[in-house]
Write a protein that binds this ligand. Structure first.
Ligand SMILES: [Zn+2]
Length: 325
């Protein structure tokens, strides 16, 4: 597929092109220009690797190298930064005049210099103007080269050229991620049979899957947060993470210490929330005890998260001190 995309007109590429047409970039990744007949086998399977605008290992490692911009879609292809601009600036994408516009349609040459010229369906509000500025900043590093055609680069290799070896290592890494994600989903599922309020269990499950909207998670989802707002609200540690907020922050740590004193047990505190949950729920003997400890863990996480939200959004003090054991 790499060789096909990079336009080397060897015999097999010409044959495939005459049968199925060019590969075109659509809403859901690559597809063949001509509809394939059912069961056309091998080429269909290969093209399937290029499905999905984000998420597929092949597409994720592929990046558009812009020449004159005459063959690259401005909004829907990934050419400036890690994701297509339509993902990063959804509001502007909605307001743009032509969602299918090419990079070369979005500006013009003036005295030998490329000037961006973005067009919108209506006048923009002040906030939207700010987004336009961030968008311009984001594409300012990309140089348009007159007379050069657009192509592809492969991110896994420094020289931008695909090799089987780099594809293999990237697939191996993905497999490893997959198994880890599977283990963590099994652990998280263990909260469901704990006797506790449903909403407490949901919070604990989301915490174990690292899906609570802590600042680091929001940033990972490309929600822009100022550096000053990234820190923990309780102790001003620089980055608010799930593990920090619910386990290691001095405020949370004091709560866990109190709980350990209350149940009269001692234990180390692992780095990660998942390990902590597994260890904590196994502290006692017998099924009943495990159930009780699980539910205690779930409720504590819920209370800590509620306190975190109250201190962040309602400007109340991180008032755990009032909690009694
Ligand atoms: Zn903290």
């Amino acid at each position: 597929m790499w060789r096909f995309l990079n336009g080397k007109e060897v015999l097999w590429v010409r044959v495939v092109k005459s049968l199925y047409g060019e590969l075109v970039w659509g809403e859901d990744g690559f597809r063949c220009e001509r509809r394939m007949r059912a069961g056309t086998g091998w080429w269909e399977k290969i093209v399937a690797a290029g499905k999905g605008t984000v998420g597929s290992w092949f597409v994720n490692n592929l990046c558009r190298r812009v020449g004159d911009g005459g063959n690259t879609r401005f909004w829907t292809q990934k050419w400036a930064g890690e994701r297509p601009l339509s993902f990063r600036f959804p509001r502007l994408f909605n307001l743009c005049e032509n969602k299918e516009a090419l990079v070369s349609d979005m500006g013009r040459w003036e005295n030998g210099k490329w000037e961006w010229e973005l067009r919108w369906r209506r006048e923009l509000f002040e906030r939207e103007e700010e987004s336009v500025n961030s968008l311009l900043l984001c594409i300012s590093g990309c140089v348009i080269h007159a007379g050069e055609t657009d192509g592809w680069t492969w991110k896994e290799n420094k020289d931008g050229i695909y090799t089987t070896k780099s594809a293999y290592s990237c697939l191996q890494a993905e497999r490893k991620d997959g198994t880890e994600a599977n283990d963590s989903s099994k652990t998280a599922a263990m909260v469901w049979d704990a006797p506790a309020l449903q909403k407490a269990k949901v919070t604990a499950w989301r915490a174990l899957r690292k899906r609570l909207p802590t600042c680091d998670n929001l940033r990972r989802r490309n929600i822009v947060i100022d550096d000053v707002e990234m820190n923990c609200n309780a102790c001003f540690s620089p980055v608010e993470t799930v593990d920090h907020t619910l386990l290691h922050c001095p405020k949370a740590s004091a709560v866990w210490d109190g709980i350990m004193r209350w149940i009269g047990l001692q234990s180390v505190r692992p780095q990660g929330l998942e390990a902590h949950f597994l260890l904590f729920s196994q502290l006692g003997n017998g099924k009943k005890c495990t159930k009780f400890l699980k539910s205690l863990w779930v409720c504590t996480i819920w209370i800590l998260w509620r306190q975190r939200n109250a201190s962040r959004f309602e400007a109340s003090d991180f008032g755990i001190s009032g909690t009694s054991f």
